[in-house]
Write a protein that binds this ligand. Structure first.
Ligand code: ACO
Length: 140
């Protein structure tokens, strides 16, 4: 599992208990998983289909650093299933684990679209050359 993204816990990320607000964390995870799905499925149009049980095991305080890790666990026909782990880099405790996050690749018609992949890429070789929403073309 690769831990690409780190976050610094700021005052606006705290709950009334003075610890990390779960909603902030879930927003970061959903965005991280969306970017991971785009890289794996070669499609900017991916949507969250399912997030399984979220088990908050520990927390973080203002000023702590947390890191998020994702790994693809299953390539379906139109979907990608991932596992997520978030760790507190200061206390070294696991903050949460999510066993299943499912994203679906969407076609221009707005319906699930086969992505054609069955294994993880560790490169940027599947990045689409054109963004279907903006028409922007990526330079080589
Ligand atoms: C990044 C974001 O935040 S996106 C915003 C939040 N997400 C959304 O708004 C998505 C809203 N949902 C939808 O638009 C629709 O449910 C869609 C397009 C995602 C899927 O539509 P469905 O009618 O369920 O499509 P369909 O039955 O063909 O399933 C598509 C894939 O999802 C999988 N799937 C569907 N339901 C589930 C489920 N409950 N759990 C796990 N996988 C599921 C299917 O197995 C299929 O995968 P496969 O092709 O790899 O076998």
């Amino acid at each position: 599992m690769n831990f690409h993204t780190r976050k610094w816990i700021r005052p606006e990320d705290l709950n009334a208990n003075g610890t990390l607000f779960g909603g902030s964390l879930l927003k970061w995870i959903d965005e991280e998983a969306a970017i991971y799905a785009i890289i794996q499925l070669g499609n900017y149009r991916v949507v969250t289909k399912l997030i399984s049980e979220i088990n908050f095991q520990a927390s973080a305080l203002q000023g702590d650093l947390v890191e998020m890790g994702l790994i693809a666990t299953h390539f379906g026909r139109t979907s990608l299933t991932m596992r997520a782990v978030v760790r507190n880099m200061i206390t070294r405790k696991t903050i949460l684990t999510i066993e299943k996050i499912v994203f679906v690749s969407i076609g221009d018609d707005g319906l699930p679209s086969p992505h054609g992949y069955d294994s993880i890429t560790y490169k940027r070789d599947r990045m689409p050359t054109q963004h279907s929403a903006t028409g922007a073309i990526r330079l080589p």
